[in-house]
Ligand binder design. Structure first.
Ligand code: AMP
Length: 216
């Protein structure tokens, strides 16, 4: 049997992780596992997890690990397809747990860093509109075909509640302090193939570069 691939996406908020994951999914039928998407659904459905997670997500902080780690490991375990992790791990604690989990499993492991300077992020997140189905658009950089409506399911697009300027600032701080150290963590471990792309060019160009590097 072919070894399963797993791609760990790392990049600041607004770097295009979700958009690029979506394009890879369309091309290669990867399974996209996104704790952010999962948490927003729990919050909408007012489940126990959703109620605990809501204040953290709204203020741009990481939710306590116990709300995401077990669920994510379970999903990885049960996935039959290649996997893209869009937003997990996001701290060294989570990366250590995932690394231990991999020791007993033969995955081809990639880490894909999408690099966008902090100064570009406000503009990107400010214009972002998203759909409950998971699709993400941008008023200028990636507009939907019909204004305000999702191309995939036709539902009305929304602005995420964590897109306000103060929250964006908090999320960038969380990325710099808690997630950025993962870059060093993975670069040190040779069993992860490290790939870095410049996330600033237009969406299609970034996708083509990612695709080429993954296929090399
Ligand atoms: P995202 O959709 O990836 O931007 O995530 C939205 C929010 O969900 C984050 O700001 C966090 O509050 C929460 N979140 C997503 N992934 C994680 C994670 N791996 N660990 C803790 N909290 C997370």
């Amino acid at each position: 049997m072919k070894q399963k691939r797993i791609i760990i996406l790392i990049g600041p908020p607004g770097s295009g992780k979700g958009t690029q994951a979506d394009l890879l999914v369309q091309k290669n039928k990867y399974n996209q596992l996104s704790p952010g998407m999962m948490l927003r659904e729990e919050i909408r459905n007012k489940t126990a997890i959703g109620r605990q997670a809501a204040p953290y997500v709204k203020s741009g902080k990481l939710v306590p690990g116990n709300l995401v780690v077990e669920i994510m490991l379970g999903k990885i375990k049960h996935s039959r397809r290649n996997i893209i992790l869009d937003g997990f791990p996001r701290s060294l604690d989570q990366a250590e747990i995932l690394d231990k989990f991999f020791k007993a499993r033969a995955f081809l492991k990639y880490v894909l860093e999408i690099d966008v300077p902090n100064s570009d992020i406000y503009k990107r997140i400010g214009g972002r509109r998203s759909c409950n189905c998971g699709k993400v658009y941008h008023l200028e950089l990636n507009p939907p075909k019909k204004r305000g409506l999702c191309d995939a399911c036709g539902a009305k697009l929304k602005t995420r509640s964590d897109s306000k300027e103060a929250v964006i600032r908090e999320r960038i701080g969380v990325y710099d302090n808690q997630t950025r150290p993962l870059i060093k963590f993975y670069k040190k471990r040779k069993e992860y193939e490290y790939i870095k792309v410049d996330g600033r060019p237009e969406i299609k160009k970034v996708h083509e570069r990612i695709y080429k590097k993954l296929m090399d």
